[in-house]
Design a protein around this ligand. Sequence first.
Ligand SMILES: Cc1cc2nc3c(=O)[nH]c(=O)nc-3n(C[C@H](O)[C@H](O)[C@H](O)COP(=O)(O)O)c2cc1C
Length: 192
Amino acid sequence: MIILGITGASGVIYGKRICEELVRYKKDVGLIVTEHAKDVLCHELKLKYYSKDEIFSSEIGNKIKEFSISDMKAPLASGSFKTEGMVIAPSSINSLASIAGGICNNLLLRSAQVTLKERRKLILVPRESPLGTIQLRNLLTLSEAGALIVPPCPAFYYNPETIEDIINFTVSRVLNLLGIENNLITPWGEKI
Ligand SMILES: Cc1cc2nc3c(=O)[nH]c(=O)nc-3n(C[C@H](O)[C@H](O)[C@H](O)COP(=O)(O)O)c2cc1C
């Protein structure tokens, strides 16, 4: 299983798209959504209310296992439950600061801490601009602890034409870091 956390930063579309691609590549996905992310999901994806079924088509949604953010008895809360790693996309400054500080008072934070202590892959897609000194220090702390930091910064050398193209750049980078080769964008050096 790959754990996919969605927190209350702008850019929840990244979490949605990464989830969809992981399912497409036949990965088991364990989804954790923070309470603030539910508000941002409703706002940015124009949902009437939060529900996994409102976000994903039934084909995708049926293959995703969602865990409650308050469920500390979930298997993900223990290192004895083996996972292939965790992605948090988008990652709020609040959640990344909590992880950098070792705080584990919800299932998303606990799962991230377990992922780091078990030396599994933790990929964060932090969304904030500009980044201040405190946020940069926290990102450095996380990087030193083994996390991979993937800010959603699109490149333009592959000539994106749509917002989807721009989103796919970051989605593709995250998939690559998980070892999933994909054709979401044309890599530099190949004919565009
Ligand atoms: C519409 C909206 C957009 C937000 N965008 C961001 C953002 O881009 N980055 C961020 O760190 N926080 C953002 N926030 C604030 C977070 O939601 C807030 O700090 C919250 O405490 C995060 O909690 P969580 O980490 O448990 O999801 C946004 C809030 C709202 C309502």
